[in-house]
Design a protein around this ligand. Structure first.
Ligand SMILES: *Cc1c(COP(=O)(O)O)cnc(C)c1O
Length: 230
């Protein structure tokens, strides 16, 4: 059976190949290991193989893992699931990045609660790139205005945009829309991060300019449960 270290090597090779095919520097694409629903032992294997940045969807599950792994130096934790306003204080205190920002109220609270002894909290604005009513994230037309508001908050550092496309034949077109939006706002808002691409579509995302890919299954295998903690 393939080990986590083997899987990480394979994913890095896919990233390098996709970047080269798009005439991009493979080092310009960060690998975020999405560890949601996977036990500590597997995360520890990934850490032993050199992985430092981890993504989690559920706040409590992430906090438990952070506590258990605190002896490891310099891990970087990204919240990639929805953020409720009653959790903003904890999230501002414990995470390094929030990738799913889409409400002014939450942005204000995160800035308010980010402890002064920590660097500003890195944030990505989630874009509803498929345009589906049920999806979280802001519409493409709302991003510029919201971005200006977020950029003005003292304890947040706006880094870029994140999207979860609607799966199907239209995925490449959604990534392409993201590339266009990111290209438009990048200079004005000082952005450096475009988070898109998962296990099944990282090549297509990298071809459209992703600078951070969020990879779960291709590193850790299938998730057996939807979630391990509320
Ligand atoms: C679970 C999840 C991922 C990882 O998906 P895989 O298909 O397992 O690579 C990436 N991004 C988000 C927002 C997720 O919820």
């Amino acid at each position: 059976m393939a080990t986590i270290a083997d899987n990480l090597q394979r994913v890095k090779a896919r990233i390098a190949h996709a970047a080269q095919a798009a005439r991009r520097d493979p080092a310009a694409v960060t690998l975020l290991a999405v560890s949601k629903a996977h036990p500590l032992a597997r995360i520890e294997e990934a850490i032993a193989a050199g992985q430092r940045a981890f993504g989690e969807n559920y706040v409590q599950e992430a906090l438990d893992k952070m506590d258990a792994l605190a002896k490891n130096e310099r891990l970087e934790w990204h919240l990639i699931g929805p953020l409720q306003s009653n959790k903003t204080k904890t999230v501002a205190e414990r995470f390094d990045w929030i990738q799913t920002l889409d409400r002014v109220k939450i942005a204000n609270r995160l800035s308010e609660h980010r402890p002064v002894h920590l660097p500003p909290l890195n944030v990505l604005i989630q874009v509803n790139v498929s345009g589906e009513a049920s999806k979280s994230g802001l519409a493409v037309e709302e991003i510029a205005g919201f971005g200006q508001a977020v950029a003005a908050l003292p304890r947040l550092r706006l880094r870029g945009l994140m999207a979860i496309p609607q799966p199907g034949p239209d995925v490449a077109a959604q990534f392409s829309r993201m590339r266009e939006l990111y290209g438009k706002l990048r200079q004005d808002l000082g952005l450096d991060t475009l988070s898109m691409g998962m296990s099944d579509d990282m090549e297509s995302a990298i071809a459209e300019g992703a600078t951070l890919v969020r990879i779960g299954t291709a590193i850790f295998g299938q998730r057996t449960t939807q979630k391990t903690a509320a």
